[in-house]
Design a protein around this ligand. Structure first.
Ligand SMILES: Nc1nc2c(c(=O)[nH]1)N[C@H]1C(S)=C(S)[C@@H](COP(=O)(O)O)O[C@H]1N2
Ligand SMILES: [Mo]
Length: 243
């Protein structure tokens, strides 16, 4: 459907001229532009990850990296089945949020069966369910100055907190969800309870488990060692791990 508005937008927004070259600077998009990009594109960064049928799910889905944060704080939350856990959403937002698991579960939900690919050389197909990250970011009112979304996790590797980040195209991608359920059951501790990111077009290490806080930022400098994620900082993994 071509309306006068989309025509005007189409001619005015030069950054949309070459969709293929957009991968060069996607992180510079404002929230509004990221939306527009996703609505108008069916290829490149906006394409959907393949989805599978229920019977195609893997009988075994490995637990990798941290299998239990095992800190006093996390253990206390887990002992009470995360009733006291809250997801903080802050940074460059109009309305900082503190969401309970019940609140997250009562938002509109999305479920998808996708393949997880770990750089260590294994893959597994599983079903994930939760609200879209977009829904949570809209509730918080993401500011124009935000360029990246950072996920702060409960676990540490050798004392260093695990974290990850995505740009706004991936943040608003329809398959980017905050999953609290896996294969129709509440997320286990091994797989990231109570909440993990699923950003389906990217590799396994971007799928942050044990998400405690979501922060909207203008720059990744000053977070961890500044490369956008634990593995990016410590092992030189690519920040953009699209597949
Ligand atoms: N918080 C946190 N998230 C994490 C990791 C981790 O160690 N800690 N490991 C990553 C890696 S390398 C992979 S492959 C997946 C593993 O997810 P799984 O344990 O559900 O298979 O989680 C990713 N997210
Ligand atoms: Mo991985």
């Amino acid at each position: 459907m071509i309306t006068r508005r989309t025509l005007l937008v189409g001619t005015g927004a030069s950054l949309l001229a070459g969709c293929d070259s957009l991968t060069d600077s996607p992180a510079l998009l404002r929230a509004e532009d990221a939306h527009r990009f996703l609505q108008r594109s069916v290829t490149g960064r906006a394409a959907l990850a393949r989805q599978f049928r229920p019977e195609q799910r893997s009988p075994i889905f490995r637990v990798n990296g941290t299998g239990n944060p095992n800190t006093p704080e996390y253990n206390a939350l887990a002992a009470n089945r995360f009733a006291e856990w809250r997801l903080r959403v802050d940074g460059l937002v109009a309305r900082p949020l503190s969401l309970s698991l019940a609140q997250i579960q009562s938002l509109p939900q999305r479920a998808q069966i996708t393949r997880h690919d770990c750089v260590e050389g294994w893959s597994a197909i599983g079903k994930w369910q939760g609200p879209r990250l977009e829904t949570v970011l809209q509730l918080a009112g993401i500011r124009d100055s935000a360029r990246y979304i950072v996920f702060h996790c409960a676990d540490r590797f050798g004392g260093t907190p695990y974290y990850e980040s995505v740009d706004l195209i991936d943040a608003f991608h329809p398959q980017t969800i905050l999953a609290w359920a896996m294969n129709d059951a509440t997320l286990s501790v091994g797989h990231g309870a109570p909440l993990r990111l699923r950003v389906e077009r990217q590799l396994g290490y971007k799928q942050a488990k044990y998400v405690m806080r979501i922060e909207a930022v203008a720059s990744l400098a000053g977070i961890g060692a500044g490369k956008g994620g634990y593995w990016e900082d410590s092992n030189g993994y690519e920040w953009y791990a699209g597949i």
